[in-house]
Design a binder for this molecule. Sequence first.
Ligand code: ASP
Ligand code: MG
Length: 411
Amino acid sequence: MPVLVMKFGGTSVATLDRIKRAAKRVGVEVAKGYDVIVIVSAMSGETNKLVGFVNETSPLYDAREYDAIVSSGENVTAGLMALTLQEMDIPARSWQGWQVPVKTTSAHSAARIEEIPSDNIMSKFGEGMKVAVVAGFQGVSPEGRITTLGRGGSDTTAVAFAAAFDAERCDIYTDVDGVYTTDPRVSEKARKLDKIAFEEMLELASLGAKVLQTRSVELAMRYKVKLRVLSSFEEQSDEAGTLVCDEEEIMESNVVSGVAFSRDEAKMTLISVADRPGIAASIFGTLSDAGVNVDMIIQNISEEGRTDMTFSCPVDQVARAEKAMQDAKDGGEINYHELIADENTAKVSVVGIGMRSHTGVAAKMFEALSNEGINIKVITTSEIKISVLVDRKYLELAVQTLHDAFELEKA
Ligand code: ASP
Ligand code: MG
C-alpha cells in the first residue's frame, strides 16, 4: 500500500469536534487505499501553557524535564485521534516518539532527528492497521530521554516520516489554505500560490512566513518529499492548497514569487572597530556565544586601520548584543568606539528562483521603494532573494508597494 503522511497542526486538533473533522479527512484517504501516518500537534495553546508551567516552577530549568513536560501535549492528541478513528471503525493506533522510535540527538528542546526505523509501524500496517497516529515534535535521545524538536517541530516530524516511509506525499493541514505571495493581513491583493519551489519556501519560511517550520522545508528539499500545505477547515480536493516541490515541477515560474517581512529587527552598528585579521570572527563569535541571532552583516570601508561594522538582529536581542559587546570591550578582546542600536527597523524581502536568470530585479525593487519615499538602510542579497531594512513605520507600505511592483496578484 502506498503511504501518505497527514499532519494536523494545533488549530486543527484544538477541540474534540475538530479532531473528528480531521479524522474524517483521514478516513477519506484511507478509503482511497493509503496506509496513513498521521502526525499531530498539541491542541492549540497547550504547548504555551506547558512552557509557562515550566518557567513558573523553575526559571533555570533542567532541559530534560522541560522536554518531558512540553512534549506531553502531543501525547494527548495522538491518543484522542486514534480513539476517534477507532470510533469510525478505522483500525488505528497511537505512537509516542520513543515507541517508534524517533531517534534524535540529545540537544534538548532543539533536538535533530537522526533516524526513524520504519519496521515497527510497517509490521502493524502488515497486520491490518490502517492509521498510525504519531505524536509530533518529540523523540528520544541516545541516553533514552524524551527530546523535543523546537517550536513548530511537528512539521519536521511529518516530513521526516514522509522521508523514512517513502510516502507519496506529506500533507500539512493548518489554519490557512496554502502559501501566499505575502501575508494577506498586510496586502489584500495577496494571492495563494498553487506551487512553490523548495528553495523559495525555505527563504520565505526563514524570513518569517510562519506556515512551516524552516527545518521541515530543509528536510523536504534534501529528501525530495512532496509537501502540500492546505486548510483543515475547508472541503479539500486533490489539487487544494499549495504544493512545495522541486523547481523542475514548476513550468513557468515568476521572477519574484513572494514578499516576506519580519517586523522586529534592529540595525546595530559598531563604530570604529580596530580592523585586523580575525576581528569579524571575534565579534560574531562573541555574539553567537551570547545567543544573538545575527542576520545581515556589512563591513564598511576601512580607514587608518579602523572600520564600521553593521549587523542586524531581532529587536528583543539588542540588550544581549549590547552586553556581549560591552563585556568584550571591557575585557580588551574587541576594540571599538561605540555601538549604535537602531531599534525601529523592519526587514522586507523579495524572493524568487526566477532571479537567477533575470536581471534588474534589485533596481526595480529599489525604484519602487524610492517612489514611495521609503529610505533603505541596509541591503543584502542572495541568489534568489533581496532583503532591505527600512523604518518599521513603512513596513506595510513597502510590502504593498513591492507586491504591486512585481504584479504578484497576477498568476
Ligand atoms: N506543539 C508544538 C508547538 O506548539 C509543536 C508543533 O505544534 O509543531 O510548538
Ligand atoms: Mg506549526
